[in-house]
Design a protein around this ligand. Structure first.
Ligand code: FE2
Length: 362
């Protein structure tokens, strides 16, 4: 009997569809410290797109741009702007996973069959999730290759590793649809619910959201799902949906083992983070108790801290990465804490809302 406990081993990669893959790769390499490992495009026999494979620690990104504006990629970028198209999951056994999902009749699997290469065999399919986001399900158990099929190796120096792995990937869905997407993952794909906030927890005067977190296995895959809730003014989740023109991925949280060093370095390289008001730090020690870091470093860099029953975490959010106020990154360091910074939502929201106000969308 399948328990659904070891179908998904983790996030294999995340693929973005973007207006200019070359520029996205340059930014992720120069500013974020990713190493460019592979390239696919006309030179490698791929006619309709160019893709760059980037790596840092265990984090793998594929940045894909289009050569044909009428292609699916071109249409995706025209509608949504730059954004995440695929949160690809590594599966232990494709057959077992697809029959598990098919039996449950919630998520629909599109089988892509076997890809045979000189380096072995890949079994692959995908399920459609919120908006135009999908989850490829990739079985690499009989594949020896390091790069995906169609990619050629790019020799690039391995830089210093700032972030080691993906901590969680957050989806924004339309008002009233959070629970059905939570069911999609739990009933349809064997996930479990981790915890929930209600909108009293996560609101400021102007902006509110509801959030639930689903996970697979022991945090192999962690997906918080947000929906807008009623505030006095437009929710930041609604602003996202208005600009992305559908549900989609709001942020990817990247885990680091030294957030002070990482954020200082990323700032020096040009990554822009949200600012946190100085008032936040005046009362920080009272709110979170003793921590290893110097509060003066956190204040200088704008790093937030939150404590739960298991420990504490440090986190900071970038400004949107593309032109639209949609996708951004979080940098997170966990020191025991298993939650997501609920205590910081208010401080974070106030900071996001200052930006939202500057865009005239509050
Ligand atoms: Fe997060």
């Amino acid at each position: 009997m399948m328990e659904g406990g070891d179908l998904f081993q983790g996030v294999q990669h995340i693929e973005f569809y973007v207006g200019s893959a070359r520029q996205w790769a340059f930014y992720h390499s120069k500013a974020f410290g990713f190493a460019i490992k592979g390239y696919a495009g006309p030179e490698t026999g791929v006619r309709d797109r160019v893709s760059y494979l980037l790596e840092q620690g265990k984090v793998r990104l594929i940045l894909t741009g289009f050569l044909d504006s009428n292609s699916d990629i071109g249409q995706h970028v025209r509608l949504h702007g730059d954004g995440v198209h695929d949160i690809a999951l590594k599966v232990k056994d494709y057959e077992e996973t697809s029959s598990f999902i098919n039996e449950r009749k919630v998520a629909l699997i599109k089988d892509e069959g076997e890809i045979k290469t000189g380096e072995g065999l890949i079994r692959k399919g995908y399920v459609e999730a919120y908006g135009e986001t999908r989850h490829s399900l990739i079985d690499l158990s009989e594949y020896e290759g390091y790069l995906p099929p169609g990619f050629m190796e790019i020799k690039s120096a391995d830089g210093e590793v700032f972030v080691g792995n993906i901590d969680h990937v957050v989806g924004n869905v339309k008002e009233g649809e959070m629970n059905s997407w939570v069911d999609f993952y739990i009933q349809g794909m064997g996930f479990t619910q981790l915890m929930s906030f209600d909108d009293k927890d996560i609101s400021t005067k102007y902006s509110a959201l509801r959030s639930k977190v689903v996970q697979y296995g022991k945090r192999n895959v962690v997906f918080p799902i947000n929906e807008p809730a009623l505030g006095l003014k437009k929710s930041q989740i609604q602003e996202y949906i208005d600009y992305y023109r559908s549900d989609g991925v709001q942020h990817i949280a990247l885990h680091t083992s030294d957030i002070v060093k990482t954020v200082r370095e990323l700032k020096a390289r040009g990554v822009e983070f949200l600012n946190t008001s100085g008032i936040y730090y005046d009362t920080l020690a009272e709110r979170v108790g003793r921590i290893d870091e110097d509060i003066s470093d956190l204040r200088e860099l704008g790093i937030l801290v939150d404590r739960d029953d298991d420990g504490y975490l440090l986190q900071i959010f970038t400004k949107p990465i593309g032109d639209r106020p949609t996708f951004f990154y979080e940098i997170i360091q966990r020191k025991g804490a298993t939650s997501f910074g609920k205590g910081n939502f208010k401080a974070l929201f106030e900071s996001i809302e200052r930006e939202q106000e500057r865009r005239g969308n509050l």
